[in-house]
Write a protein that binds this ligand. Structure first.
Ligand SMILES: Cc1cc2nc3c(=O)[nH]c(=O)nc-3n(C[C@H](O)[C@H](O)[C@H](O)COP(=O)(O)OP(=O)(O)OC[C@H]3O[C@@H](n4cnc5c(N)ncnc54)[C@H](O)[C@@H]3O)c2cc1C
Length: 432
C-alpha cells in the first residue's frame, strides 16, 4: 500500500490545519498510509557569525514538537523526525517508502519556496496548501499582485469589502495509518538508507529547559516565560493560553496597554504559537469574536484584529513579491522596455549598463520588490557577474549605498524616449 508523506513545517498543530486534514482525508479515501514528517535543520551559523536558531527558539520548537507528537500518538500516528535539509532527506525517505507525493503547507518566503522547488526537482509531486494567514488571499478585494502599497489602504479595503474569515477546522478525529514499514520496536522506520537521516537526539534531553537558555537570575522579569508550563510551546498550551487571555477579559484593555514594555498581560503573547503554527489565526479570530459576543467589543478587541491584519499584510507582501518577481524575471511586466531587457538578460546573460539601471529601478521603485531578489537574479544570469559590482550597483540604485542622493529612480517612459525613441531595441527582444 502506497504512502503519502505529510511534511510539517510552520503548522505544528492538528486543530485548524487544513493541509494536514486534507492529507489524512485523501490517504483514508484512497487507502493510502500517511507518514507525518518533521525535518530538523542542521545547526547553521549565519553569515553574521551567530547561530541561525538560538537556544530560545530551539526550546520553544522542541516543546511544540513534543506536543504535536503526543497528539499524533493519541490518534495512532507519530511523526518521523529527520535530520537534514528537506530537499535531501525527503527524497531519500520517499525512495525507501516508494512514495511519490508530499503534502505540506505553502510558505511564500524564498528559502522555503526553494525547498519545495528542490523536492520537485528530485521528482516528487508536492502539493502545498496556503493556510498561515487569517484571510484567504483569494477572498481579498484585490489581486495579490495589486496589493495596496500602504497598510491602511489594505486594511480599509478589507474592512469595506467585509472579507470573511473562514471557520477553523476541528482537529481530525482519525488519522490515516502509518506505513507498514513503521517499526514498533524502534518506534520509527528502520532502514539502512535512512540510518544517517534519522534524528538521533530527539526528543531533546529533559534537562535542556528554558531556564538555561534565558541566562538570567530572576525569571520573574520575563515577559514571555516560555519555560513555565502555561507559556511553553505547543498547540494545547497555546489554546489554553488563548482561553485564559480571553477569560481574563484582557482584549478590552489591549489597546491601552499594548505599548507597555514588560509583563505577561500587556499584550496577547500569541506570537510564538502563531509563528510555529501551534495556533492558527482563524482559531484566534473565532475565539475573539465569541468573546466579543459574550462580553462586548471595544477598541481593544478591535485592535487585536488590526494587528492580525498587519501579520497578514506582511504575508501577502511576500506572495505579491513572488508573483511580481516572476513576471519581472520572465519579461512579462507589461512595460515594453523592461520586458525587452529582461528577455535579453534571460536569453543571453548580458545587458547594457543603462538597461541594468532601468530594470533594477523598475523592480525596486515601480514594482516594490526587494532589491536583494533582483541582485540574486542578476547573479544567476550575468556572464560578467562580479559580487562587488553587482552588489554595489543594486545598493546604489536602492539608496542604501554610498550615494548622497539616497536612491536612483529611473523614469521608464523617459528612458524609453531618450534611449530607444524608434523602438528598435524593444522590437529586437519583444518579437519572436
Ligand atoms: C523589527 C521588528 C521585528 C519583528 N519581528 C517579528 C517576528 O519575527 N515575529 C512576530 O510574530 N512578530 C514580529 N514583530 C511584530 C511584533 O513585535 C510582535 O508580533 C509582538 O510584539 C508579539 O507579541 P504579542 O503576541 O504579545 O503581540 P500583540 O501585540 O498581542 O499582537 C497580537 C498578534 O498580532 C500580530 N502582530 C502584532 N504586531 C505585529 C506587527 N507589527 N507585525 C506583524 N504582526 C504583528 C502578532 O501575530 C501578534 O501575536 C516584529 C516587529 C518589529 C518592529
Amino acid at each position: 500500500m502506497s504512502t503519502l508523506i505529510y511534511w510539517f513545517r510552520n503548522d505544528l498543530r492538528l486543530t485548524d490545519n487544513p493541509a494536514f486534514t486534507l492529507a489524512s482525508q485523501q490517504a483514508l479515501q484512497h487507502g493510502l498510509r500517511l507518514l507525518p514528517v518533521f525535518c530538523h535543520a542542521p545547526p547553521e551559523t549565519t553569515r553574521w557569525g551567530f547561530a541561525r536558531v538560538g537556544l530560545h527558539r530551539q526550546r520553544v520548537l522542541a516543546d511544540t514538537l513534543l506536543d504535536l507528537e503526543t497528539q499524533l500518538r493519541s490518534l495512532g500516528s507519530a511523526p518521523l523526525h529527520l535530520h537534514g535539509q528537506p530537499a535531501n532527506v525527503l527524497p531519500a525517505l520517499a525512495r525507501v517508502l516508494q512514495a511519490s507525493t508530499v503534502m505540506a503547507e505553502d510558505i511564500a518566503a524564498p528559502q522555503e519556496q526553494g525547498e519545495v522547488a528542490g523536492l520537485r526537482a528530485a521528482g516528487l509531486t508536492v502539493q502545498t496548501v496556503w493556510q498561515s494567514s487569517l484571510l484567504d488571499p483569494a477572498e481579498l478585494p484585490f489581486e495579490v499582485t495589486a496589493l495596496p502599497a500602504v497598510f491602511t489602504q489594505f486594511r480599509t479595503g478589507v474592512e469595506k469589502a467585509a472579507v470573511q474569515v473562514r471557520q477553523p477546522l476541528p482537529a481530525p478525529s482519525t488519522v490515516a495509518p502509518l506505513p507498514a514499514m513503521w517499526d514498533a520496536d524502534s518506534d520509527r522506520i528502520s532502514h539502512p538508507d535512512l540510518a544517517q537521516l534519522l534524528t538521533s537526539n530527539w526528543p531533546l534531553a529533559p534537562t535542556n529547559k528554558g531556564q538555561e537558555a534565558m541566562n538570567i537570575d530572576a525569571l520573574d522579569r520575563v515577559s514571555l516565560p516560555y519555560h513555565l508550563p502555561a507559556f511553553q510551546g505547543g498547540e494545547r498550551t497555546g489554546l489554553a493560553h488563548l482561553r485564559r487571555y480571553l477569560a481574563a477579559k484582557l482584549p478590552h484593555s489591549y489597546k491601552a496597554t499594548r505599548n507597555q514594555l514588560s509583563g505577561t498581560d500587556y499584550s496577547s503573547k500569541f506570537s510564538p504559537w502563531l509563528a510555529s503554527g501551534a495556533l492558527s489565526a482563524p482559531t484566534i479570530y473565532a475565539e475573539l469574536k465569541a468573546f466579543e459576543v459574550e462580553f462586548g467589543a471595544n477598541d481593544g478587541s478591535y485592535w487585536l484584529w488590526f494587528e492580525l491584519l498587519w501579520r497578514d499584510y506582511f504575508r501577502f507582501l511576500h506572495l505579491q513579491t513572488n508573483d511580481t518577481l516572476t513576471l519581472w524575471r520572465q519579461g512579462q511586466t507589461g512595460v515594453p522596455l523592461v520586458d525587452a531587457a529582461m528577455r535579453e538578460l534571460h536569453q543571453t546573460g548580458y545587458l547594457s549598463n543603462r538597461l541594468r539601471q532601468v530594470v533594477a529601478s523598475h523592480l525596486i521603485y515601480d514594482l516594490g520588490c526587494d532589491w536583494r531578489a533582483g541582485a540574486a537574479w542578476f547573479e544567476s544570469q550575468l556572464v560578467d557577474f562580479d559580487i562587488y559590482s553587482n552588489q554595489g550597483n543594486w545598493l546604489y540604485i536602492a539608496g542604501l549605498g554610498t550615494d548622497p542622493r539616497g536612491g536612483r529612480r529611473f523614469d521608464v517612459a523617459k528612458q524609453t524616449r531618450d534611449h530607444d525613441p524608434d523602438g528598435s531595441y524593444q522590437r529586437l527582444w519583444l518579437q519572436g
